[in-house]
Design a protein around this ligand. Structure first.
Ligand code: GDP
Ligand code: IMO
Ligand code: MG
Length: 427
């Protein structure tokens, strides 16, 4: 039995899609366990680029089972678009399963995400406006609509009526906007329900059955540790738990099942949306990394904020998720830089901090303390053996290992499936 959880160890967009696709070759099942279509996971196979938001990145292996777990909030319109997109490109979705306990994103969630952000003004989070926060809010309030309700016309009608009554009051009385129409939403969603019905099942039962039979299961996290609702830079976070522990809750498996946790880390740091970012480079170097790394959001197209590798946050991610191995991505992007920096601690009011501070206010006043490294000029994108990397690149990787006490088991030197240096096994 092997159950591996793969998570983002920074602020998302670390290359989880690429690494999931890579590891999926050895897995029998790939499971998403939280988030929704705020995620944008890119997979590049033989020059073909695919962008996924809901469907697990194991879908490109037709014989593997892909599961969308109970921990997700799913916009059925986006799900159907993604099914059509994949089928249209010759990718079979017949082995997809969706948990009947997953929650449904409704049109009022999307609208409220926009209105709440506008209302926050200066304090806005910079959400993806996909309705994620409002849908998780309803889940916690116990008024959400789950897939089992969505597939039952009577339940859908009843739950929509209650929800819309409340949401329309908020939309009209608080935000002064036009109310949404009950019948329009009901008819739209009854149509979606028929399309997704064949995929919906007891997903926890399927995942556990696979594990009972000794099959290999890979759990694909979305977002990243610093966007975690409990452990991230609250309130500048998402509304779910991207950390490894959440795989158990979001898929319905016990913690004793998990054998390894892979932390996907980018060779530098990026962040989309608002919130503190101690190693941010608001200068030409940041611009250079953005251009070379193609750092523009997969979901919203927004430019990503870029900065140096921050060992403080990555060490924190190791602590919170019990990361056993790293998949270090985008090392190739750093080629050509004269000097590289790694942040090893923070300076806060003259004091040196080596642990990630709990208070956002403290974090916002922290400045990075850096070690400098000579860069390299060689193009890394065709290298397949670790020994063939320039000595400066190896020194950079090995310093990350020393600072975090976690081995870099996989090393990505390009977006393609084959551009991955293997230094050990995960499954
Ligand atoms: P995810 O959300 O963690 O799956 O990451 P995204 O797909 O949003 O962003 C990562 C981007 O980097 C995508 O465009 C990937 O194709 C690309 N990528 C992943 N690994 C590498 C790598 O090692 N080198 C380069 N140059 N690009 C990579
Ligand atoms: P993947 O899985 C990067 C960010 C948003 C915003 C905050 C809250 O591709 O790594 P939300 O819409 O979730 O309420 O927005 O979280 N965010 C991400 N940033 N990668 C993601 O996903 C993200 N999903 C949400 O930019 O700051
Ligand atoms: Mg992404």
């Amino acid at each position: 039995m092997a159950a591996v959880v793969l998570i983002g160890a920074q602020w998302g967009d670390e290359g989880k899609g690429k690494i999931t696709d890579f590891l999926a070759e050895k897995a029998d099942m790939v499971v998403r366990y939280q988030g929704g279509n705020n995620a944008g996971h890119t997979v590049v196979i033989n020059e073909e680029t695919y962008k996924l938001h809901l469907i697990p990145s194991g879908i490109f292996y037709p014989e593997k089972t892909c599961v969308i777990g109970n921990g997700l909030v799913i916009d059925p319109k986006v799900l159907i678009e993604e099914l059509d997109y994949l089928e249209g490109r010759g990718v079979s979705t017949k082995n997809l399963r969706i948990s009947s306990n997953a929650h449904v994103i409704m049109p009022y969630h999307r609208l409220l995400d926009v209105l709440e952000e506008e209302f926050k003004g200066e304090q806005k989070i910079g959400t993806t406006k996909r309705g994620i926060g409002p849908a998780y809010k309803d889940k916690a309030s116990r008024t959400g609509i789950r897939f089992s309700d969505f597939l039952d016309p009577d339940e859908l009608a009843k739950k929509l009526a209650y929800n819309l009554k409340e949401k329309n009051l908020i939309i009209s009385k608080i935000y002064g906007q036009q109310e949404l129409n009950y019948e329009d939403i009901l008819q739209e969603y009854l149509g979606y329900a028929e399309r997704v019905r064949p995929y919906v099942t007891d997903a926890s039962l399927e995942v556990n059955t696979y594990l009972d039979h000794g099959s290999k299961v890979l759990f694909e996290g979305a977002q990243g540790t610093l966007l975690d609702l409990d452990h991230g830079t609250y309130p500048y976070v998402t509304s779910s738990n991207p950390v490894a522990g959440a795989a158990c809750i979001g898929a319905g498996v016990g913690p004793t099942r998990i054998s390894k946790v892979v932390g996907v880390v980018k060779s530098y740091t990026t962040r989309v949306g608002e919130g503190p970012f101690p190693t941010e480079l608001s200068c030409e170097t940041g611009e250079l990394i953005r251009t070379r790394g193609g750092e523009f959001g997969t979901t919203t197209g927004r430019p990503r904020r870029c900065g140096w590798f921050d060992a403080v946050i990555v060490r924190y991610a190791v602590r919170i998720s019990g990361i056993s191995d790293f998949a270090l991505t985008k090392l190739d992007v750093l080629t050509g830089m004269e000097t590289l920096k790694i942040c090893t601690g923070y300076r806060y009011k003259g004091e040196l901090l080596t642990e990630f501070p709990q208070s956002l206010k403290t974090l916002a006043e922290c400045e990075g303390v850096y070690e400098e490294f000579p860069g390299w000029q060689k193009d890394l994108t065709g290298i397949s053996r670790y020994e063939d990397l320039p000595v400066e690149a190896r020194r950079y990787v090995e310093r990350i290992e020393e600072l975090t006490k976690v081995p870099v088991t996989l090393l990505a030197v390009g977006p393609g499936r084959t551009q991955t240096i293997i230094r050990g096994s995960i499954f």
